[in-house]
Design a protein around this ligand. Structure first.
Ligand SMILES: [Zn+2]
Length: 201
């Protein structure tokens, strides 16, 4: 059972757009590249990421081995720490509220397949090294991981930057496109392993 969630209309519209975007691009995403969106309102903020499952898990199919299930559990635990992945300034006094993590097609969602999945050459794939640098060939499945966070902030006006521990936590990630909306306007740009701090205008 999900608790009732209050969402302002602006956020509902925004989330709807994000979902439509995901449907359009789910079969054409680029591994290593994801999006981070944030909306700052009067007393709270919401953050949402949408990234290729390859960046988070190292695979984009339903887990079929104990190692893959472990990788998923570990990823879920890591994704549950927005205070590390997407750190807000202490002065803003943000407390983490609701967290939702979605594993898309990797989350046990059935994928059209007759018979056994191709066993490819990925048996030894390790989550924490660069095992998927050699994934140039198209896989027949792509899957996104999404995460949604709601923060209650004492001083949202003090939200002047986000520090992305995300790239340390998920070394396969190369870039996040960042869009942040607040009463002051929109800030947009990119962050990556070499530039982990995003300044909110
Ligand atoms: Zn993919």
């Amino acid at each position: 059972m999900k608790p009732a969630i209050w969402l302002p209309m602006a956020l509902l519209a925004f989330t709807g757009a994000a979902i439509a975007e995901e449907k359009r691009h789910a079969d054409a995403h680029e591994h290593g590249h994801g999006t981070f969106r944030m909306i700052i309102e009067d007393d709270h903020a919401v953050m949402e990421i949408e990234v290729p499952a390859a960046d988070i898990l190292g695979f984009e199919h339903a887990p079929s081995t104990a190692d893959q299930r472990d990788a998923m559990a570990e990823a879920a635990a890591t994704l549950s720490r927005p205070d590390i992945l997407f750190a807000t300034p202490e002065s803003a006094g943000c407390a983490i509220g609701q967290i939702e993590i979605g594993f898309g097609a990797t989350g046990g969602h059935r994928h059209e397949h007759d018979g056994h999945a191709d066993e490819d050459d990925h048996d030894d794939e390790k989550h924490d090294d660069h095992a998927h640098d050699d994934h140039d060939k198209e896989e027949d499945t792509h899957s996104e991981v999404t995460a949604f966070y709601r923060l209650a902030c004492e001083k949202p006006e003090a939200l002047d930057q986000i520090e992305f521990g995300y790239f340390k936590a998920f070394p396969a990630a190369e870039e996040l496109e960042v869009v942040i909306l607040s009463a002051a306007g929109q800030s947009a740009g990119e962050v990556g392993p070499d530039e982990t701090v995003f300044e909110i205008e």
